[in-house]
Every structure is written in C-alpha cells, then in structure tokens.
Design a protein around this ligand. Structure first.
Ligand SMILES: NC(=O)c1ccc[n+]([C@@H]2O[C@H](COP(=O)([O-])OP(=O)(O)OC[C@H]3O[C@@H](n4cnc5c(N)ncnc54)[C@H](OP(=O)(O)O)[C@@H]3O)[C@@H](O)[C@H]2O)c1
Length: 337
C-alpha cells in the first residue's frame, strides 16, 4: 500500500514529516532515519495509523499557547501521527510484555510518530491488537476510544439506566462514546447532522437528534451526563439540558481563538464546577494501558466496533489530516502504511 520515495537504504523509512507549521501541504512523504528505541520502548512495524484532530492541531501549530510543547518555530518531532497499529519489530532491553511478531495497537505520544513505516512506542502505551479487527480498525481506536471511555466511566461515572447525550455522536469520539455508553447500560441520545442519523442509530443510540432541525438545549428532556464533542453551545445552555446533579464533559472546541483555542471554556467549566450543583469535568485524555485493554475487551466482546469513514494510503496523509481538520468525518479516518 505504501507509495513512497525510494527508501532503499538500510536504516531509513518512509514517513510523513513537516519542517514548518501550516495547512496539510506542509506534510511531505520523505525518507528519514528509522527511530531508535529506548530501553522501555518497542519498535512497531506500522501497518496503519489513525488520524485525530490532535494531528491537525500539531500540524497547524495551534493553539499558539501550545507551541512551547510542540516546538516554537517548527514541531520538535517532525513525523506526525498519534495512533498506531502494527507488528512488533524489536523490543528494548527492559520490555517484558511484548516480543517480535506480536500484533499491537496504541499511542505514539502526543507529539507524533505514527505516520511512518516504523514507530518507537512506550511499552506502557501498547496493547495486543483486538483479534477481530483489521489494522486500520485497530489504529482508529486509541485516542478517540480512550477519550470516550475515560469521559463516560471516570469523569461521568455513568451507570446503567442513566440518560446520556453525546453531542457530535457521528465523529471519531462520538461513535465510540455512543457504543460504550450503551455497553454501560445507559439510555443514549446521539446528536448529529441529517446525513448521519442512520449511522448513529445503527451503532446503538436509542434516540437521535438531528441538530439541523432541533436544538437539544431548548427541549424539555434532561440528561444525567452530556459529552460535548463540538462546543457549539454555551456552557449555560448545555447545563440547562442536565438533570439537577448531572455531569457535563465539555470536550470539543475548534481554533477560532488561535491563541488559546477552547482554554477559556475549560477555565470557565472548572470555575463553575465549584459553585453549581452540576459537575463540569473537562479533562485531558491519558494513554493508560489498562484502558486500552478494556477497549480491546469491549471490541472482542462485540460491544464496540470502530466506525471507519475512509482509509488513505500513506502518500495521501495530507488529505486524510485535512478531512479530519474539516470537522465532519463520519467515525474515524485511517492511513494504511
Ligand atoms: N479531552 C481530550 O483530551 C481530547 C482528546 C482528543 C480530542 N479532543 C477533542 O474532541 C473533539 C471531537 O473530536 P473527534 O475526534 O470526535 O472529532 P471529529 O471526528 O472531527 O468529529 C466531530 C463531529 O462533530 C460533529 N458536528 C459538527 N458540528 C456539529 C454540530 N453543530 N452539532 C453536533 N455535531 C456537530 C460532526 O458531525 P456532522 O458531520 O454530522 O456535522 C463530526 O462527526 C475535538 O474538538 C477534539 O479536539 C479532546
């Protein structure tokens, strides 16, 4: 599947790299050195990579306040891509759980490395690949699946019988969240546009609201938990749709504010959380191994199936990242390496 420059030299590989911040055309397929692994790392022969809004953000260098982390003038790490699935090629001396040949999926770290033939990944961020998934499906899981899982279980403490609303139910995180909330026994309402109503119903939502026709914050129905992946309503409008002690995870937000992105909303949520009856819980996802394993179990039990919007060859990664950056992917976008 790989369409790449002649990566014929031993020790080099094809990878999607960038030398400056900007739009998807800063991403180039080039030969670079294969990554070297540390003692606790695994060299993964990458078969597929998942695409996330985070890849678009680092590519763009947005928000500006994150540049000390990304790299001030250009990304510290040139290779983009966070989510990975592939085969173990080699292991560091301290690695105990994996061996060459194992099929794995996981998280390369916030600063990238997955859009390449090989990636160096911490042992603690890699789990055995779900046996019933293709590499593309497995690569679609880590970041979006972890956000959905941690939002519902850790921050929402969602229990059977509760009413849950997922705003942005047809996107990367939303398609996992609808299925995980159903697996937890919740009554699930998904919010999406007209073209995605059937999809959201097909993955298990009990009720679907087409946001082009109805505004859920203006209806009478109240929810115990809302996961907002979009940030198209104010916090006070979202709170109006909660039960008296309901929980809101304000998760989404674009880059209209190029300096701080949704930082103001996150601070506002933390402040409100102290003074109102509702719980408002913005959070940063963390790549916990035990959570990757829980996702694998849910997937192998048939309770969660990744929804793949499109797959692209590695050479078309700029199009793949642009599609996700457009904010209207249906489920996940993956890159085949
Ligand atoms: N907390 C964390 O650590 C963390 C980690 C990763 C990502 N995130 C954030 O989570 C957010 C969602 O990520 P994602 O991967 O799910 O993004 P995504 O795949 O781009 O999904 C966005 C979804 O939003 C929907 N949407 C757009 N406008 C809408 C509206 N007015 N009402 C309802 N839905 C609307 C789109 O559906 P239609 O096409 O139907 O409009 C699309 O399915 C992003 O802002 C991302 O930055 C947070």
């Amino acid at each position: 599947m790989l369409t790449k420059p002649n990566s014929v030299h031993q020790g080099t590989m094809g990878a999607i790299v960038q030398d400056e911040y900007g739009s998807p055309d800063v991403l180039e397929l080039r030969d670079v050195d294969k990554p070297k692994i540390e003692v606790d790392q695994i060299l993964v022969h990458v078969h597929a990579a998942g695409v996330n809004p985070a890849d678009w953000a680092v590519m763009s260098g947005l928000p500006y306040i994150a540049r000390p982390v990304y790299g001030l003038r250009k990304p510290k790490k040139a290779v983009r891509g966070t989510d990975v699935a592939g085969t173990v090629e080699a292991v560091g001396a301290g690695v105990t759980r994996m061996q060459p040949g194992d099929e794995v999926f996981g998280w390369c770290g916030g600063l990238g490395g997955a859009f390449a033939e090989y990636a160096a990944v911490s042992e603690n961020a890699l789990a055995p690949k779900p046996a019933n998934l293709t590499f593309e499906q497995a690569a679609a899981v880590p970041m979006a699946g972890l956000v959905a899982h941690q939002a519902l279980r850790d921050h929402g403490k969602v229990r059977a019988g509760q009413k849950v609303l997922i705003n942005g139910a047809s996107g990367g995180i939303g398609t996992f969240a609808v299925q995980i909330a159903k697996a937890l026994g919740a009554e699930v309402t998904g919010v999406c546009s007209t073209r995605n109503v059937d999809l959201v119903r097909a993955i298990g939502a009990d009720h679907v609201i087409d946001y082009t026709r109805e505004d859920f914050t203006r209806k009478d129905r109240r929810y115990d938990f809302i996961l907002d992946n979009v940030a198209n309503h104010s916090l006070s409008d979202l709170r109006r749709a909660l039960t008296l002690t309901g929980t809101l995870v304000p998760n989404g937000g674009g880059f209209d504010n190029r300096w701080f992105a949704n930082g103001g909303r996150v601070v506002g949520a933390h402040v409100l959380d102290r003074f109102v009856g509702h719980r408002l819980r913005p959070f940063l996802v963390s790549p916990k191994l035990e959570d990757l394993v829980t996702l694998k179990e849910l997937i192998e039990a048939g309770k969660v199936t990744p929804v793949i919007d499109r797959t692209y060859p590695l050479s078309e990664t700029p199009e793949a990242v642009g599609r996700v950056g457009g904010g209207h992917a249906r489920g996940k976008v993956a890159v085949t390496v």
